[in-house]
Design a protein around this ligand. Sequence first.
Ligand SMILES: Cc1cc2nc3c(=O)[nH]c(=O)nc-3n(C[C@H](O)[C@H](O)[C@H](O)COP(=O)(O)O)c2cc1C
Length: 185
Amino acid sequence: MATILSVSGSPSATSRTARLLRHLDDRLREQGHDVTPLDVRTLPAEALLGADFGHPAVVGAAALFEEADGVVIGTPVYKAAYSGLLKSLLDLLPQYALTGKTVLPLATGGSTAHVLAIDYALRPVLSSMGAAHIVPGWFTLDKDISPGVDGTLTIAPGTAEALAQVTDTFSRVLGGRTAVLAPTG
Ligand SMILES: Cc1cc2nc3c(=O)[nH]c(=O)nc-3n(C[C@H](O)[C@H](O)[C@H](O)COP(=O)(O)O)c2cc1C
């Protein structure tokens, strides 16, 4: 079992990205992992925008990163890149906050024009923060995610299978890494 932090970088109160992550969190829990959700939008804006490294909420978020074996990073594509909200948190973390961690990058967007945003925008940032292994991610079109009023989530066929596959790969890599790193005897 691994400890996973699942981070949504959407500022939207009705975020499809967050709904998608919470759906995948359940899948990871079913596979035996301990998953903690973190919606960056719930952190105090004055801390994020004022670069308040010592704010308790920022310190708390940094501790969640430190404790995690694996991190899911989800972001909407904004202006052809990841969200500014996500960056505002990443900028307040230690330079190598992802050292030794396995990372699953996910994005949602309105246009396939930016299907590579994970690879050209997000992946280099995660690498610079020391991520040990960034597994293949997935870009999901917003129209393929349909949140129901009753809390259900419908994901378009094809997309659902692709998301399940990248999530299971992340889970498998994490399982292997935590088994290797676990003390024996
Ligand atoms: C300010 C803004 C900028 C956006 N820019 C892009 C973009 O450059 N490329 C794209 O594919 N989608 C873009 N979108 C669409 C969102 O990425 C898409 O609807 C996403 O699923 C929203 O996720 P959320 O509901 O989690 O916030 C933009 C949306 C907003 C509000």
